[in-house]
Ligand binder design. Sequence first.
Ligand code: HEM
Ligand SMILES: *[C@@H]1O[C@H](CO)[C@@H](O)[C@H](O)[C@H]1NC(C)=O
Ligand SMILES: *[C@@H]1O[C@H](CO)[C@@H](O)[C@H](O)[C@H]1NC(C)=O
Length: 320
Amino acid sequence: MVSRTIFCLSAFLVLSVLATSASSEEELSPYYYNQVCPQALPAIKRVVEAAVYNESRMGASLLRLHFHDCFVNGCDASILLDPTSTIDSEKNALPNSNSIRGFEVIDQVKLEVDKVCGLSVVSCADIVAVAARDSVVALGGPTWEVQLGRKDSTTASRDKANSDLPSPFMDLPALINNFKTQGLDERDLVALSGGHTIGLAQCFTFRNRIYNETNIDPEFGDQRKSSCPLSGGDSNRSPLDPTPAHFDGAYFDSLVKKRGLLSSDQALFNGGSTDGLVQAYSSDAKAFGADFAESMVKMGNIKILTGEQGQVRLNCRKPN
Ligand code: HEM
Ligand SMILES: *[C@@H]1O[C@H](CO)[C@@H](O)[C@H](O)[C@H]1NC(C)=O
Ligand SMILES: *[C@@H]1O[C@H](CO)[C@@H](O)[C@H](O)[C@H]1NC(C)=O
Protein backbone atom coordinates (compact mmCIF):
# COMPACT_ATOMS: atom_id res chain seq x y z
CA MET A 1 0.00 0.00 0.00
CA VAL A 2 2.76 2.41 1.02
CA SER A 3 4.97 1.41 -1.92
CA ARG A 4 2.02 1.78 -4.24
CA THR A 5 1.39 5.27 -2.95
CA ILE A 6 5.06 6.07 -3.44
CA PHE A 7 4.93 4.65 -6.93
CA CYS A 8 1.89 6.73 -7.79
CA LEU A 9 3.51 9.77 -6.27
CA SER A 10 6.74 9.31 -8.22
CA ALA A 11 4.82 8.59 -11.42
CA PHE A 12 2.94 11.80 -10.79
CA LEU A 13 6.20 13.68 -10.26
CA VAL A 14 7.72 12.28 -13.46
CA LEU A 15 4.58 13.23 -15.35
CA SER A 16 4.55 16.74 -13.98
CA VAL A 17 8.23 17.20 -14.83
CA LEU A 18 7.48 16.02 -18.37
CA ALA A 19 4.47 18.30 -18.55
CA THR A 20 6.54 21.24 -17.34
CA SER A 21 9.30 20.68 -19.88
CA ALA A 22 6.71 20.20 -22.62
CA SER A 23 4.99 23.44 -21.75
CA SER A 24 8.26 25.35 -21.43
CA GLU A 25 9.03 24.16 -24.96
CA GLU A 26 6.00 26.12 -26.07
CA GLU A 27 7.55 29.35 -24.86
CA LEU A 28 9.44 31.37 -27.42
CA SER A 29 12.72 32.99 -26.42
CA PRO A 30 14.85 35.77 -27.94
CA TYR A 31 17.88 33.52 -27.34
CA TYR A 32 16.53 30.47 -29.19
CA TYR A 33 19.31 30.48 -31.83
CA ASN A 34 22.13 31.76 -29.61
CA GLN A 35 23.75 28.33 -29.19
CA VAL A 36 22.91 26.64 -32.47
CA CYS A 37 23.59 29.62 -34.75
CA PRO A 38 24.66 32.95 -33.24
CA GLN A 39 25.26 34.31 -36.77
CA ALA A 40 21.60 33.94 -37.76
CA LEU A 41 20.15 37.27 -36.59
CA PRO A 42 23.00 39.43 -37.98
CA ALA A 43 22.62 37.62 -41.32
CA ILE A 44 18.89 38.37 -41.47
CA LYS A 45 19.58 42.01 -40.66
CA ARG A 46 22.21 42.32 -43.41
CA VAL A 47 19.91 41.01 -46.14
CA VAL A 48 16.89 43.02 -44.96
CA GLU A 49 18.91 46.23 -44.69
CA ALA A 50 20.27 45.76 -48.21
CA ALA A 51 16.76 45.16 -49.57
CA VAL A 52 15.30 48.21 -47.78
CA TYR A 53 18.25 50.36 -48.81
CA ASN A 54 17.64 49.34 -52.43
CA GLU A 55 13.89 50.00 -52.19
CA SER A 56 12.49 51.59 -49.04
CA ARG A 57 8.99 50.25 -49.69
CA MET A 58 10.33 46.72 -49.18
CA GLY A 59 10.45 47.52 -45.44
CA ALA A 60 6.71 48.14 -45.47
CA SER A 61 6.07 45.02 -47.52
CA LEU A 62 8.04 42.82 -45.10
CA LEU A 63 6.19 44.25 -42.09
CA ARG A 64 2.85 43.51 -43.74
CA LEU A 65 4.01 39.99 -44.62
CA HIS A 66 4.42 39.16 -40.92
CA PHE A 67 0.98 40.61 -40.13
CA HIS A 68 -0.69 38.61 -42.91
CA ASP A 69 1.13 35.49 -41.77
CA CYS A 70 0.12 35.83 -38.11
CA PHE A 71 -3.58 36.62 -38.74
CA VAL A 72 -4.10 33.44 -40.78
CA ASN A 73 -3.73 30.34 -38.59
CA GLY A 74 -0.96 31.99 -36.59
CA CYS A 75 2.64 33.00 -37.30
CA ASP A 76 3.65 29.79 -39.09
CA ALA A 77 4.95 31.01 -42.46
CA SER A 78 1.84 29.59 -44.15
CA ILE A 79 1.73 32.73 -46.30
CA LEU A 80 5.02 31.74 -47.96
CA LEU A 81 3.74 28.45 -49.41
CA ASP A 82 3.34 28.46 -53.19
CA PRO A 83 0.26 26.86 -54.79
CA THR A 84 0.42 23.13 -55.60
CA SER A 85 -2.19 20.41 -56.10
CA THR A 86 -2.46 20.10 -52.30
CA ILE A 87 -1.77 23.69 -51.21
CA ASP A 88 -4.42 26.34 -51.74
CA SER A 89 -1.96 29.20 -51.46
CA GLU A 90 -2.78 32.21 -49.30
CA LYS A 91 -0.98 34.24 -51.95
CA ASN A 92 -4.15 33.91 -54.05
CA ALA A 93 -6.52 35.21 -51.35
CA LEU A 94 -8.18 38.56 -52.09
CA PRO A 95 -6.22 40.64 -49.52
CA ASN A 96 -2.91 39.21 -50.81
CA SER A 97 -3.34 38.78 -54.54
CA ASN A 98 -1.41 41.43 -56.54
CA SER A 99 -0.66 43.09 -53.24
CA ILE A 100 1.47 41.15 -50.77
CA ARG A 101 5.19 41.13 -51.60
CA GLY A 102 8.67 40.46 -50.24
CA PHE A 103 8.88 36.72 -50.98
CA GLU A 104 12.14 37.04 -52.93
CA VAL A 105 13.76 38.83 -49.99
CA ILE A 106 12.65 36.06 -47.61
CA ASP A 107 14.12 33.48 -50.03
CA GLN A 108 17.37 35.42 -50.07
CA VAL A 109 17.44 35.62 -46.26
CA LYS A 110 16.81 31.89 -45.94
CA LEU A 111 19.67 31.08 -48.34
CA GLU A 112 22.04 33.38 -46.48
CA VAL A 113 21.02 32.17 -43.01
CA ASP A 114 21.35 28.51 -43.96
CA LYS A 115 24.76 29.30 -45.41
CA VAL A 116 26.12 31.03 -42.29
CA CYS A 117 24.54 28.42 -39.98
CA GLY A 118 25.82 25.53 -42.09
CA LEU A 119 22.44 23.81 -41.83
CA SER A 120 18.74 24.61 -41.95
CA VAL A 121 17.88 25.49 -38.34
CA VAL A 122 16.07 28.83 -38.56
CA SER A 123 12.38 28.57 -39.34
CA CYS A 124 10.77 30.63 -42.08
CA ALA A 125 8.21 31.92 -39.55
CA ASP A 126 11.04 33.28 -37.37
CA ILE A 127 12.74 34.80 -40.41
CA VAL A 128 9.52 36.67 -41.29
CA ALA A 129 9.17 37.93 -37.69
CA VAL A 130 12.79 39.16 -37.54
CA ALA A 131 12.59 40.68 -41.04
CA ALA A 132 9.56 42.71 -39.91
CA ARG A 133 11.45 44.08 -36.90
CA ASP A 134 14.61 44.82 -38.91
CA SER A 135 12.49 46.59 -41.55
CA VAL A 136 10.87 48.86 -38.98
CA VAL A 137 14.27 49.69 -37.50
CA ALA A 138 15.78 50.33 -40.96
CA LEU A 139 13.03 52.90 -41.61
CA GLY A 140 13.68 54.73 -38.34
CA GLY A 141 11.14 53.00 -36.09
CA PRO A 142 11.41 51.40 -32.66
CA THR A 143 13.22 48.15 -31.96
CA TRP A 144 12.23 45.16 -29.83
CA GLU A 145 13.50 41.70 -28.96
CA VAL A 146 11.90 39.22 -31.32
CA GLN A 147 10.72 36.07 -29.58
CA LEU A 148 11.99 33.00 -31.47
CA GLY A 149 11.40 29.29 -31.82
CA ARG A 150 8.35 29.19 -34.09
CA LYS A 151 8.01 26.21 -36.40
CA ASP A 152 6.69 26.28 -39.97
CA SER A 153 3.35 24.85 -41.07
CA THR A 154 2.89 22.18 -43.71
CA THR A 155 -0.41 23.66 -44.86
CA ALA A 156 -1.95 26.95 -45.96
CA SER A 157 -5.52 28.20 -46.19
CA ARG A 158 -6.76 30.62 -48.81
CA ASP A 159 -10.25 30.50 -47.23
CA LYS A 160 -8.87 31.52 -43.83
CA ALA A 161 -6.88 34.34 -45.43
CA ASN A 162 -10.08 35.59 -47.05
CA SER A 163 -12.13 35.36 -43.86
CA ASP A 164 -9.65 36.38 -41.14
CA LEU A 165 -7.67 39.28 -42.59
CA PRO A 166 -9.34 42.64 -41.89
CA SER A 167 -10.74 44.62 -44.83
CA PRO A 168 -10.07 48.34 -45.47
CA PHE A 169 -13.83 48.89 -45.56
CA MET A 170 -14.41 47.80 -41.95
CA ASP A 171 -15.83 50.21 -39.38
CA LEU A 172 -14.49 50.44 -35.82
CA PRO A 173 -16.68 47.72 -34.23
CA ALA A 174 -15.75 45.30 -37.02
CA LEU A 175 -12.04 46.09 -36.63
CA ILE A 176 -12.19 45.68 -32.85
CA ASN A 177 -13.94 42.36 -33.28
CA ASN A 178 -11.50 41.17 -35.94
CA PHE A 179 -8.52 41.85 -33.66
CA LYS A 180 -10.32 40.40 -30.63
CA THR A 181 -10.63 37.02 -32.35
CA GLN A 182 -6.82 37.07 -32.59
CA GLY A 183 -6.48 37.84 -28.88
CA LEU A 184 -5.62 41.48 -29.56
CA ASP A 185 -7.31 44.41 -27.81
CA GLU A 186 -8.18 47.98 -28.83
CA ARG A 187 -4.73 49.27 -27.89
CA ASP A 188 -3.13 46.61 -30.11
CA LEU A 189 -5.51 47.56 -32.93
CA VAL A 190 -4.58 51.24 -32.80
CA ALA A 191 -0.85 50.69 -32.23
CA LEU A 192 -0.53 48.03 -34.96
CA SER A 193 -2.58 50.07 -37.43
CA GLY A 194 0.29 52.52 -37.01
CA GLY A 195 2.12 50.10 -39.32
CA HIS A 196 0.46 52.27 -41.97
CA THR A 197 3.04 54.93 -41.18
CA ILE A 198 4.98 53.19 -43.97
CA GLY A 199 4.03 51.86 -47.38
CA LEU A 200 1.45 52.32 -50.12
CA ALA A 201 -2.12 51.36 -50.98
CA GLN A 202 -3.88 50.84 -54.30
CA CYS A 203 -6.69 53.08 -55.51
CA PHE A 204 -9.43 50.42 -55.28
CA THR A 205 -8.80 50.08 -51.53
CA PHE A 206 -9.65 53.76 -50.84
CA ARG A 207 -11.78 54.91 -53.79
CA ASN A 208 -15.03 54.74 -51.85
CA ARG A 209 -13.43 56.75 -49.05
CA ILE A 210 -12.27 59.65 -51.21
CA TYR A 211 -15.40 59.85 -53.37
CA ASN A 212 -18.17 58.99 -50.89
CA GLU A 213 -17.14 59.67 -47.33
CA THR A 214 -17.66 62.93 -45.47
CA ASN A 215 -15.23 62.53 -42.56
CA ILE A 216 -12.37 63.50 -44.86
CA ASP A 217 -10.34 66.68 -45.33
CA PRO A 218 -11.54 67.91 -48.79
CA GLU A 219 -8.12 69.11 -49.88
CA PHE A 220 -6.63 65.71 -49.04
CA GLY A 221 -9.46 63.98 -50.88
CA ASP A 222 -8.85 66.07 -54.01
CA GLN A 223 -5.12 65.30 -53.91
CA ARG A 224 -5.85 61.60 -53.79
CA LYS A 225 -8.48 61.78 -56.53
CA SER A 226 -5.84 63.12 -58.92
CA SER A 227 -4.17 59.71 -58.99
CA CYS A 228 -7.27 57.61 -58.23
CA PRO A 229 -10.00 58.32 -60.80
CA LEU A 230 -13.65 57.34 -60.33
CA SER A 231 -13.15 54.54 -62.79
CA GLY A 232 -9.92 52.92 -63.94
CA GLY A 233 -6.52 53.15 -62.32
CA ASP A 234 -7.49 50.52 -59.72
CA SER A 235 -3.89 49.65 -58.96
CA ASN A 236 -2.51 53.22 -58.85
CA ARG A 237 -0.68 53.61 -55.57
CA SER A 238 -0.77 56.33 -52.93
CA PRO A 239 1.21 56.62 -49.70
CA LEU A 240 -0.63 55.50 -46.56
CA ASP A 241 0.73 58.56 -44.73
CA PRO A 242 2.71 61.68 -45.78
CA THR A 243 6.08 60.01 -45.05
CA PRO A 244 5.74 56.41 -46.37
CA ALA A 245 9.47 55.67 -46.09
CA HIS A 246 9.76 56.82 -42.47
CA PHE A 247 8.44 54.97 -39.48
CA ASP A 248 7.23 58.01 -37.51
CA GLY A 249 4.09 59.40 -35.88
CA ALA A 250 2.74 61.09 -39.02
CA TYR A 251 0.06 58.43 -39.54
CA PHE A 252 -1.75 59.42 -36.34
CA ASP A 253 -1.30 63.11 -37.03
CA SER A 254 -3.06 62.50 -40.37
CA LEU A 255 -5.96 60.69 -38.71
CA VAL A 256 -6.55 63.63 -36.38
CA LYS A 257 -6.66 65.87 -39.50
CA LYS A 258 -9.17 63.54 -41.22
CA ARG A 259 -6.50 62.57 -43.69
CA GLY A 260 -6.56 58.84 -43.14
CA LEU A 261 -6.29 57.03 -46.50
CA LEU A 262 -8.31 53.87 -45.83
CA SER A 263 -11.77 53.86 -44.26
CA SER A 264 -10.33 51.46 -41.69
CA ASP A 265 -7.66 54.04 -40.84
CA GLN A 266 -10.06 56.94 -40.32
CA ALA A 267 -12.40 54.62 -38.38
CA LEU A 268 -9.87 54.78 -35.53
CA PHE A 269 -10.52 58.52 -35.21
CA ASN A 270 -14.15 59.06 -35.99
CA GLY A 271 -15.84 59.79 -32.68
CA GLY A 272 -15.42 56.29 -31.23
CA SER A 273 -13.65 54.67 -28.29
CA THR A 274 -10.17 54.81 -29.90
CA ASP A 275 -10.13 58.59 -30.52
CA GLY A 276 -8.21 59.28 -27.30
CA LEU A 277 -5.43 56.85 -28.11
CA VAL A 278 -5.04 58.19 -31.67
CA GLN A 279 -4.85 61.71 -30.25
CA ALA A 280 -2.25 60.59 -27.70
CA TYR A 281 -0.05 58.85 -30.31
CA SER A 282 -0.32 61.86 -32.65
CA SER A 283 1.37 64.05 -30.07
CA ASP A 284 3.72 61.42 -28.64
CA ALA A 285 5.57 59.36 -31.24
CA LYS A 286 7.61 57.71 -28.47
CA ALA A 287 4.50 56.34 -26.79
CA PHE A 288 3.37 55.00 -30.16
CA GLY A 289 6.76 53.37 -30.75
CA ALA A 290 6.75 51.68 -27.34
CA ASP A 291 3.18 50.38 -27.75
CA PHE A 292 3.83 49.29 -31.34
CA ALA A 293 6.82 47.23 -30.20
CA GLU A 294 4.80 45.62 -27.41
CA SER A 295 1.90 44.80 -29.73
CA MET A 296 4.24 43.36 -32.36
CA VAL A 297 5.54 40.87 -29.79
CA LYS A 298 1.94 40.00 -28.92
CA MET A 299 1.00 39.58 -32.58
CA GLY A 300 4.11 37.43 -33.09
CA ASN A 301 2.77 34.99 -30.51
CA ILE A 302 -0.52 34.22 -32.25
CA LYS A 303 -1.13 30.45 -32.51
CA ILE A 304 2.52 29.53 -32.94
CA LEU A 305 3.79 26.01 -33.60
CA THR A 306 6.61 24.97 -31.26
CA GLY A 307 8.68 21.96 -30.24
CA GLU A 308 7.67 18.87 -32.17
CA GLN A 309 4.87 20.68 -33.98
CA GLY A 310 5.44 21.70 -37.58
CA GLN A 311 8.89 21.72 -39.13
CA VAL A 312 11.78 23.95 -40.14
CA ARG A 313 11.27 24.24 -43.88
CA LEU A 314 14.30 23.79 -46.11
CA ASN A 315 12.63 25.97 -48.75
CA CYS A 316 10.23 28.58 -47.39
CA ARG A 317 7.92 28.13 -50.41
CA LYS A 318 7.15 24.42 -49.82
CA PRO A 319 6.82 21.90 -47.01
CA ASN A 320 9.72 19.43 -46.61
C1 HEM B 1 -6.34 47.22 -38.99
C2 HEM B 1 -6.63 46.54 -40.08
C3 HEM B 1 -5.86 46.65 -41.34
C4 HEM B 1 -6.39 46.80 -42.58
C5 HEM B 1 -7.87 46.84 -42.93
C6 HEM B 1 -5.29 46.92 -43.50
C7 HEM B 1 -5.43 47.06 -44.88
C8 HEM B 1 -4.40 47.36 -45.74
C9 HEM B 1 -4.56 47.63 -47.13
C10 HEM B 1 -5.87 47.59 -47.90
C11 HEM B 1 -3.33 47.93 -47.63
C12 HEM B 1 -2.99 48.28 -49.08
C13 HEM B 1 -2.79 47.00 -49.89
C14 HEM B 1 -2.75 47.27 -51.36
O1 HEM B 1 -3.36 48.24 -51.82
O2 HEM B 1 -2.11 46.49 -52.11
C15 HEM B 1 -2.39 47.83 -46.55
C16 HEM B 1 -1.04 48.07 -46.67
C17 HEM B 1 -0.16 47.93 -45.63
N1 HEM B 1 -0.43 47.45 -44.38
FE1 HEM B 1 -2.26 47.19 -43.58
N2 HEM B 1 -4.12 46.85 -42.82
C18 HEM B 1 -4.41 46.68 -41.49
C19 HEM B 1 -3.51 46.51 -40.47
C20 HEM B 1 -2.14 46.46 -40.64
C21 HEM B 1 -1.20 46.05 -39.63
C22 HEM B 1 -1.59 45.53 -38.25
C23 HEM B 1 0.03 46.18 -40.16
C24 HEM B 1 1.37 45.89 -39.55
C25 HEM B 1 1.63 45.96 -38.28
C26 HEM B 1 -0.14 46.67 -41.50
C27 HEM B 1 0.89 47.00 -42.36
C28 HEM B 1 0.71 47.45 -43.65
C29 HEM B 1 1.80 47.97 -44.46
C30 HEM B 1 3.22 48.19 -44.00
C31 HEM B 1 1.25 48.25 -45.72
C32 HEM B 1 2.00 48.78 -46.96
C33 HEM B 1 2.59 47.58 -47.70
C34 HEM B 1 3.40 47.92 -48.93
O3 HEM B 1 3.59 49.08 -49.27
O4 HEM B 1 3.83 46.94 -49.59
N3 HEM B 1 -1.47 46.80 -41.77
N4 HEM B 1 -3.06 47.48 -45.40
C1 LIG C 1 15.94 46.85 -56.15
O1 LIG C 1 14.64 47.41 -56.23
C2 LIG C 1 14.05 47.32 -57.51
C3 LIG C 1 12.70 48.03 -57.44
O2 LIG C 1 12.85 49.33 -56.94
C4 LIG C 1 13.90 45.88 -57.93
O3 LIG C 1 13.36 45.78 -59.23
C5 LIG C 1 15.24 45.18 -57.89
O4 LIG C 1 15.07 43.80 -58.11
C6 LIG C 1 15.90 45.39 -56.52
N1 LIG C 1 17.25 44.87 -56.54
C7 LIG C 1 17.71 44.06 -55.60
C8 LIG C 1 19.12 43.62 -55.74
O5 LIG C 1 17.04 43.67 -54.68
C1 LIG D 1 -20.51 55.47 -53.44
O1 LIG D 1 -21.59 54.86 -52.74
C2 LIG D 1 -22.59 54.32 -53.60
C3 LIG D 1 -23.74 53.87 -52.70
O2 LIG D 1 -23.27 53.00 -51.70
C4 LIG D 1 -21.99 53.21 -54.43
O3 LIG D 1 -22.94 52.64 -55.28
C5 LIG D 1 -20.82 53.75 -55.25
O4 LIG D 1 -20.16 52.70 -55.94
C6 LIG D 1 -19.82 54.46 -54.34
N1 LIG D 1 -18.81 55.12 -55.14
C7 LIG D 1 -17.51 54.79 -55.07
C8 LIG D 1 -16.57 55.59 -55.91
O5 LIG D 1 -17.08 53.90 -54.36
